[in-house]
Structures are given as C-alpha cells and as structure tokens.
Design a protein around this ligand. Structure first.
Ligand code: HEC
Length: 214
C-alpha cells in the first residue's frame, strides 16, 4: 500500500547511511584539526588581559562576609565532616589524648599552646598569652604557617570561608558550655551596615544585637 519498492528503499537507506558516515568522517577530521591547533593556545592568550580585568572587578564586588555572620549560619554537623582533615592528628573528646597534635576539646577561648603534656613549637608557646578566639582559629586554620610561622602543625590550610566557619562551629560544640557566638560588632570598620543588611536577608536579631543609635 505504501508503495515503496525495495529499490527505492535501498537507495534512501544507502543515502542516509552514506551521509551519516560522511558526518562521522568530518567529525574525525575536524577533531584532528582542532587537536592539532590547541597547543598554540592563541585564542586563550588573546582573552587573558580581559579576563584579568573581569577577575579584579569580581573580586572587588564580592562582599566580604564577616566571620560573625558566617558563624551565625554555620553548621556544626558539616563542620564535623570538615574535621576529617584534622582527625589524623587531633582527638576531640574530653580528656582525649594528644596525638601528633594536642587534644582539641574545649579549644575555643582556651589559651594558645597550653595543653598539658604537649610539646608545642616555640611560636605557639610565645603566643600563650593569646586565646583561641574564633578569629585566631580561623586565621590559623586558613594557613597555619602564616598565622604561626614555624608551627609544627604540618597542615596546608583550609580554603572556603563557609567551610571553616562550619568547622569552627563544630570546635565550639566540643564543650560542656560552648562559648557565645560573636555578635556582629560595630568595630569591623570595612563593613558598611547597608552591605550587611543586604547579605543577611532575614535576621530578626539584628535590631536587638546592634544599636545603631548615636
Ligand atoms: C599532620 C598533623 C595535623 C593536622 C592534619 C592538623 N593538625 Fe592541628 N596541630 C598539629 C600539631 C603538631 C600542632 C601543634 C603545633 C605547634 O606546636 O606549633 C597542632 C596545633 C593545633 C591547634 C593549637 C592547639 C593549642 O593547644 O594551642 C589547633 C587549634 C589545631 N591544631 C587545629 C587543627 C585543625 C582544626 C585541623 C584541621 C583543619 C588541624 N589542626 C589539622 C598537627 C596537625
């Protein structure tokens, strides 16, 4: 009924198959040409200056969220999994033993370099008058050797502000009486209030925590 004789069908099928093969062939050739060209990287070097400018602009625009507000929304459970990076060297239980690094129970607000029976590096001993505030911990964990040059802690550092905030929330939880979370302080001069409001869409506590009256 749909009168197509075998001959016609074969012709059409043949043509379709032929063009499919042709397309495949072209793809292979095109790929070959493309791969041959990539090592020269001409296109990339042309784009570089512009990309650099964009990067700078993006960096300048990106609002720097304060540690206090990161901590306000930090997740201690996520911090516990981030702590896997520390587990090889640190115990966290109350009375846990010192391993390669000292026990970290109740470390927030504890004096730096003051765990009994741990042989600290000179740099941490020298900082013994300081406390492990959230800021100090954050700076140390970001890049141990930058905050404490000469530290024995052979750990490269943790990237990601929010990830570290989660980790700090976890460290804070390792205590019978976790210290208060820092309140957004007016002392952070580089943080205009408008920007804070913009980055925190729903903070009911903000009005009570801050007293902008002059
Ligand atoms: C390779 C082992 C190692 C890893 C991994 C490591 N630490 Fe340490 N940590 C140490 C050592 C060693 C010290 C003692 C440093 C010194 O005396 O300079 C230390 C010290 C510390 C201190 C100071 C404690 C005190 O009593 O003053 C803190 C806080 C700390 N580490 C947190 C962390 C966190 C959080 C991580 C994971 C992100 C981590 N460490 C990963 C070995 C490690």
């Amino acid at each position: 009924m749909f009168g197509m004789d075998t001959m016609t069908f074969n012709k059409i099928a043949g043509a379709l198959l032929g063009s499919a093969l042709l397309v495949m062939g072209l793809n292979i050739v095109a790929e070959g040409v493309f791969h041959a060209e990539t090592p020269e990287k001409t296109a990339i070097s042309i784009e570089l200056p512009e990309a650099e400018g964009e990067g700078q602009a993006a960096a300048a625009e990106e609002p720097k969220v304060s540690l206090a507000s990161l901590l306000a929304s930090a997740d201690a459970a996520k911090g516990e999994s981030a702590f896997k990076a520390c587990k090889a060297c640190h115990t966290v239980e109350d009375g846990g033993k010192n391993k390669v690094g000292p026990n970290l129970y109740n470390i927030v607000d504890h004096a730096v370099g003051s765990r009994d029976g741990f042989a600290y590096s000179d740099v941490l001993k020298e900082k013994a008058s300081e406390k492990w505030t959230f800021e100090n911990l954050d700076a140390f964990i970001t890049k141990p050797k930058a905050w404490a040059p000469g530290t024995k802690m052979s750990y490269g550092g943790m990237k990601g502000d929010a990830k570290r905030a989660n980790l700090l929330a976890y460290l804070r939880s390792l205590s019978a009486n976790p210290v208060d979370l820092p309140v957004e302080a007016a002392s952070s001069a580089e943080q205009p209030k408008a920007e804070e409001a913009a980055t925190q869409p729903s903070t009911e506590t903000e009005t009570s925590a801050e007293q902008p009256k002059e």
